[in-house]
Design a protein around this ligand. Structure first.
Ligand SMILES: O=C(O)CCC(=O)C(=O)O
Ligand SMILES: [Fe+2]
Length: 202
């Protein structure tokens, strides 16, 4: 098994896990996913639009609106979610487990001023499975706390090609993206960041 290059509050970070060619190939796979399942702007349960746009691949997609956070079997416009790109499953096999594939690959798209507040990923049935996160495009300031709200946090810049595994005691850690640094990656034309998170849902 590969060893993480960094460990921040139990989150294992594999810096530069994907080389430039692998990143570019993955972006093309994701363009195909987004063509079938367009990005949308979710609303928080309080009705506020999130600053990220998102879509999903897999059996389930993550969704949020006035009714709360949850997984849905269909895209909000109807129809099943596209399949998870094989290259994403390869990362999961290498860094999490070949025994069980994720049910959801959530795709978050950050423009220059998008962010994501501190939260726990806790809409899944079994927290024994880690969440695997892949960063593509502009650098992002990732903040990691403990599993208790309001505790101390640490921050680390995630770069294109980095992969994070949040498992074990870090599975329920509070985490978020404070900001991205626009124009720090040449992976896409213009600015932006894509984050993929793979989850076992049920
Ligand atoms: O963009 C990131 O790196 C984190 C995304 C995240 O925490 C989530 O989608 O739950
Ligand atoms: Fe999260």
């Amino acid at each position: 098994m590969a060893e993480p290059t960094l460990n921040v509050r139990g989150c294992e970070i594999y810096e530069g896990w994907l080389d430039g060619d692998a990143q570019a190939a993955l972006v093309q796979d994701l363009r195909d996913v987004v063509a079938q399942a367009p990005l949308f702007t979710p609303r928080t349960p309080r009705g506020k639009p999130m600053s990220v746009r998102m879509t999903s691949a897999g059996k389930y997609g993550w969704y949020s609106d006035r009714r709360g956070y949850r997984y849905e079997g269909a895209h909000p416009k109807g129809g099943p979610w596209p399949t998870i790109p094989p290259a994403v499953l390869d990362i999961w096999r290498a860094l999490v487990s070949p025994a069980r594939m994720p049910d959801c690959c959530l795709i978050n798209y950050y423009t220059s001023d998008a962010r994501m507040g501190l939260h726990q990923d806790r809409d899944e049935a079994d927290f024994a499975w880690p969440v695997l996160s892949v960063s593509l495009g502009d650098d992002a300031l990732f903040r990691i706390g403990s599993d208790t709200k309001g505790g101390a946090t640490s921050s680390v810049w995630l770069n294109s090609g980095d992969v994070v595994v949040m498992g074990g005691a870090a599975r329920l850690c509070y985490h978020g993206i404070d900001r991205i640094r626009p124009g720090t990656s040449a992976l896409f034309q213009g600015t932006g960041r894509i984050n993929l998170t793979c989850r076992v849902v049920d």
